[in-house]
Ligand binder design. Sequence first.
Ligand SMILES: Cc1cc2nc3c(=O)[nH]c(=O)nc-3n(C[C@H](O)[C@H](O)[C@H](O)COP(=O)(O)OP(=O)(O)OC[C@H]3O[C@@H](n4cnc5c(N)ncnc54)[C@H](O)[C@@H]3O)c2cc1C
Length: 436
Amino acid sequence: MKKIVVAGAGIGGLVAAINLAKKGFDITIYESKDRSELGHDWCDTVYKPSFPEAGIPLPTPEHFTPYRVMSCRGPKKNIKVVAKRSDRIFEEVAYIDRKFLAEYLADLAEKNGVKFIFGVRVLSPVIENGFVTGLKVLLYGKEKEIRADLVIDAAGIDSPVRKNLPKSFGIENEVKAEETLFTYRAYFARKSDEVTDPRYNTYFYHCRRASIDWVITEDEHIDVLVTGFGSLTKSAIEAAVADFQKDYPYIDTDKILRGGTTSRIPLRKSLPLFVGNGYAAVGDSAIMIEPLSGSGVRLSFGGGKILADTVTEIDGKYSLEKLWKYQYRYFKECGEDQISVDIIKSVLTSIDADDMDYLFETEVLGAKEFAETGSAKYTANELLQKVAAIAKRPKLLKPLANAGMSIINSTLACNAMPENYSVQAVENWIKLYKKI
Ligand SMILES: Cc1cc2nc3c(=O)[nH]c(=O)nc-3n(C[C@H](O)[C@H](O)[C@H](O)COP(=O)(O)OP(=O)(O)OC[C@H]3O[C@@H](n4cnc5c(N)ncnc54)[C@H](O)[C@@H]3O)c2cc1C
């Protein structure tokens, strides 16, 4: 029986482990936290069809709360754009408690025979003759090497496995700060029963920082998200929360009910290479993220299932050549769509708060843009109006021209991705992909 070890109980790793265990693989997950600490301490939106598509039974309806209509504001806050969402979004997207989700997947994994070792820190991969052959872990204060036929890396943005892969693997070890969304999230208590209409309010460049923040008024708490593209200091968090408190005086900033922690989301298209000899990354470790919303659950589910299906089909050693099929399938089924979103994100993060106000005021950013990412359809007149508004602000022309170049390069890269691995073909493709 093939032995597979998973570094970290990340979502994609759990999904892969469940599907592989069902096929009889011997799977052990090494997780640094205790079981009760798994999962973020808040609720997030998830795409419900991801569950059956990834071979995971959909949790029962009481575990979901309905998706809310979002209103979006620029830095001046004076313009409120209410995004139009299709009925499909309201049916398919819902909030789920991340603690429940982590426990649900861990429980399912165990029922299917996956073994867990909690409270053990993965330190690095074990490398022999150019192959990852296991994990070095810190167990009860002692370093130990665990051998396996395949290492699945589901240890998130700062994975010590990815970070310590030798340069010869050609895998980017670090996620750069400028490709990262720094976050602070807290559920604050309420001082009164007051509610805003709409309840879900997103702020672009709140406090004139490059950020996407929000305030969501729920019956039991106020959900506050403060972010920063590339960095987020303690004083910036405090200033943002204080500013929200002025607009929403019923936020009890002295009483945090859940969360109150900082985290990081890798906000870019997936890594150009996330497989190697004996190694496959999934989830945040491979950067399976929607680069504007920061949503990673749907793509991690997709990645986990594709990884399990590919591994099941592999005979013999888990070589880079064979695991490339996983990366290729992920890219074609999930990753390609994220490129255009990443280009939009790059434009939005390369401008300043004044530009952002201008985009709101001239309706370059309006209900259509916030409707469903990447799905806006324009009449020729609407498009002309937007182009004319951008043309009147020369500062915006450079990021726009860069985006135009990226769109051309993305078409080239998507068409050129080799289905079968060869050193030269993949190297050439990576060069194209990095140019986007
Ligand atoms: C504030 C915030 C809001 C978000 N909102 C949404 C949303 O609404 N919808 C959505 O789809 N996504 C959302 N995301 C993103 C989503 O959480 C991730 O993309 C998704 O969970 C995939 O991450 P992961 O499971 O791969 O990694 P992680 O969640 O980082 O999991 C990695 C696991 O590996 C473990 N680990 C790390 N290092 C080690 C080590 N050395 N040894 C052993 N174990 C280790 C960790 O303890 C953890 O359990 C949000 C993220 C944040 C921070």
